[in-house]
Design a protein around this ligand. Structure first.
Ligand code: ADP
Ligand code: MG
Length: 730
């Protein structure tokens, strides 16, 4: 009977690419065909309903019940025309996955017949049981109900035969139980604050949207291997496994020619995504073998977040059609790169201006500088919260692991813009002579567009880098929901812009400064105050860790401790002032994140215990017995002297294997003990910290011994698919 590993190999090697051909030649023929977009709405809705929905999207106006009925009726007709049989409120609970409960359109009419029904009430609100989703103690058992409510700003879509309606998910008492609710509130706050600041420069601005362009990294592994590795199946990452002799050291995978099986998967995923209006544009090989990336064109942040969640769901489904599993864990394989999800972020006005892109005139550049400097100051003030927003059990393996930025938040802006900020910092401030103003406008502010053209230096080691017309948050993990960092970043920016407006208006009112003088003065002050967060050097080096500590920047590698920032005074105050989260909501979220952290480590620890006890140690013992048998027989047929020279290495090996087996078994027992102690801890923060300090610390010990055994033991006996097989079999 061959081992599991060889069965997996048999199934996998030589697997033919599953050819995929999109039905249309050009993407424009089917892009958005399954989205209830402007075109579909115009076709299927009354003009009154059409206007109301757009008004709600643009200005947040409420939709009346009567209009909701009209929208529902149009939506139903449209969905039925695409073959939909069911509808669902589609939402993003704090599990990290998307949630859906399908209801059929059909309803018996009472006379033995049936009709398809979908009313405004069904569109607007549903009441799923909130008790089965993470709620951080918000839900008491007597108020188990939660409800989902339609988010008209993210268009409905038909996937398969189901009409999916993007919704928020809140408790019966109105507290957010999902990712979307606080995100929408943060986006509203940044819209209001940014619009106010824009009025200094352009009175026509009356709406500012945050924009997000995500980049999704992932691994593709053949499903036969996936099933043969309990750690991949249950924890999404390989808990043991020696690095292959050849990994990524030759740099031959990045941007390399995409393997045919992978490309067929990508083609189908692109097709499914584009039907649903997800504007995926770029696909390529990433740094590690079997690692890839997809990136769309950026969109309004709420829609972009929904699209990323939907995309991850699609990726999983389509991967299965091609006998792959798509791994979105941040670190599926040790010793090669893990996966991130860059969040490219900017702000755009209704007048079509990107506020983080320099313009053509000094005035538009002053507007750019205003938003640019305020972004830096916002990140400076809430660096710890931004760090917390990207913290998870998975991402813990990436941060600071020489492939992703460390857990220190810093901002990279490039040489040229650093010079501009230095110049601004050194201006006089306060009232300026006409000459000073002209000089500033022509020689500093006026030079920015030219400067940026050759500002091509890209610092890949920075967690938050300015890349010409946007900031790129690079520290987020591949499995994360972008809503978390986006909620935090946009809240921080909103708070900052409100402060900025107050500061500028005060200078104008109290000191009698002109508007541009006041703006320059405040920017100058902010540049000074937030200087510590700016770092242009190598973020991976140890020198930076020392330097950052001197600057007072935090470097917290443990997720449970980093999460404290979710409930710090500065955070609670900001979230409450902006109406993004109440104290209760922030505390609940904190608790959910801690719970999710320790449960993930708990699962990994159990799986690792099983692997050690059921796979690794028995295999090692078996192989050791083979050696012992062999040595015993050598002894039988040889004289003492010959035996001693011939069997020396094998005897050493037997001892070595024994030592490693003991080490694994002892560590496993100690780990179980540590888990018991952690489980007995009531306080969830303390518990999560115990898991980090005392349970997780055994993972590397067990893995080290197991990986050594993998190299010693007969290849034919090793039960788990090896890295070289999983990463290089195409
Ligand atoms: P890279 O960073 O890989 O060199 P690009 O700079 O072309 O690639 O863009 C990466 C991502 O940034 C894409 O998803 C793109 O849509 C997004 N992006 C570009 N401009 C903006 C913007 N103004 N706001 C948000 N995202 C943006
Ligand atoms: Mg990028």
């Amino acid at each position: 009977m061959p081992t599991v590993r060889f069965l997996a190999l048999e199934e996998t090697i030589g697997r033919k690419p599953q050819h995929f051909e999109a039905p249309g030649t050009h993407v424009s023929e089917y892009f958005g065909s399954h989205v209830f977009n402007q075109k579909a709405m115009r076709q299927y809705m009354t003009s009154e309903a059409f206007k109301a929905v757009n008004d709600s999207i643009e200005n947040g106006t409420k939709i009346s019940r009567d209009i909701a009925d009209q929208v529902a009726s149009g939506m139903k007709a449209w969905a039925l025309s695409l073959g939909a049989t069911h509808y669902t409120h589609w939402f993003q609970p704090l599990t990290g996955a998307t949630a859906e409960k399908h209801d059929s359109f059909f309803e018996p009419t009472g006379n033995g017949e049936a009709m398809e029904k979908f009313s405004g009430g069904m569109l607007v609100q549903q009441e799923p049981d909130a008790s089965s989703f993470p709620n951080g103690g918000i839900r008491n058992t007597f108020e188990a109900r939660g409800y989902t409510a339609w988010d008209p700003t993210s268009p409905a879509f038909v996937f398969g035969t189901t009409l999916c309606i993007p919704t928020v998910f809140v408790s019966y008492t109105g507290e957010a139980l999902d990712y979307k609710t606080p995100l929408l509130r943060a986006l509203q706050a940044v819209d209001a604050a940014a619009t106010d600041v824009c009025k200094y420069f352009d009175k026509n601005v009356n709406k500012v949207n945050a924009t997000l362009g995500w980049e999704q990294e992932y691994f593709l592994v053949d499903e036969a291997y996936f099933h043969a590795r309990p750690d991949l199946t249950l924890a999404g990452r390989a808990l043991v496994g020696h690095a292959p002799a050849k990994g990524q050291q030759l740099d031959d995978h990045y941007f390399g020619s995409i393997p045919e099986r992978a490309i067929e998967f990508m083609k189908e995923l692109e097709y499914e995504s584009r039907k649903l209006g997800i504007p995926v544009k770029t696909r390529h090989n990433e740094v590690a073998p079997a690692q890839y990336e997809f990136a769309p064109v950026f969109e309004e942040a709420n829609v972009a977040v929904d699209h990323n969640s939907l995309f991850m769901d699609l990726m999983e489904k389509v991967a299965r059609r091609h006998n792959f599993r798509a791994l979105v864990h941040e670190k599926p394989f040790a010793n090669i790169n893990g996966s991130g999800k860059h969040n490219n972020w900017s702000l755009a006005t209704n007048t079509g201006v990107n506020l983080l892109a320099p313009g053509k005139t000094p005035m538009s550049n002053l507007m750019f500088l205003t938003f640019f400097v305020n972004s830096i100051k916002a990140v400076y003030k809430h660096a710890d919260l931004i760090r917390a927003s990207i913290g998870s059990a998975g991402n813990e393996h990436r941060l600071g692991a020489n492939e992703a930025p460390p857990a220190i938040i810093s901002v990279f802006i490039g040489d040229q813009l650093s010079k501009v900020l230095d110049q601004l910092e050194n201006i006089g401030g306060g009232k300026m002579t006409p000459e000073e103003k002209t000089d500033l406008k022509l020689n500093v502010v006026g030079k920015i567009p030219e400067i940026l053209l050759d500002n091509t230096d890209r610092n890949r080691t920075s967690p938050f880098a300015f890349t010409g017309n946007k900031f790129e948050l690079r520290a987020a993990g591949s499995a994360s929901n972008c809503a978390q960092p986006m909620t935090v970043l946009n809240s921080a920016m909103a708070e900052q812009l409100i402060d900025f407006k107050t500061d500028v208006d005060t200078l104008i009112a109290k000191d009698g400064l002109k508007k541009d003088e006041a703006i320059f003065s405040v920017l100058k002050q902010y540049i000074k105050e937030s200087k510590a967060i700016r770092f242009e050097g190598d973020g991976y080096g140890d020198a930076w860790k020392e330097e950052a500590a001197k600057r007072g920047l935090n470097n917290e590698p443990s997720t449970p401790r980093a999460l404290d920032a979710y409930v710090s005074d500065a955070t609670l105050q900001m979230f409450e002032n902006l109406n993004v989260m109440s104290k209760r909501e922030a505390e609940a979220r904190h608790e959910i994140l801690l719970e999710s952290y320790f449960m993930k480590i708990q699962i990994e620890s159990r799986v690792l215990g099983d692997l050690a006890g059921n796979h690794i140690v028995p295999t090692a013992i078996k192989y050791q017995n083979t050696l012992i048998d062999n040595v015993q027989r050598l002894k039988d047929i040889m004289d003492e002297a010959t035996f001693e020279t011939v069997a020396k290495e094998q005897l050493e090996m037997i001892k070595d294997i024994s030592a490693r087996i003991s080490k694994i078994l002892a560590s496993k027992d100690a780990m179980v003990q540590a888990r018991k102690e952690a489980n007995a801890q009531e306080d969830v923060r303390e518990k999560a910290i115990l898991y980090y300090d005392n349970v997780k610390s055994y993972f590397d010990v067990i893995r080290y011994e197991s990986d050594k055994l993998e190299l010693m033991i007969d290849d034919e006996q090793w039960p788990l698919p090896k890295f070289r097989e999983m990463l290089f079999t195409r």
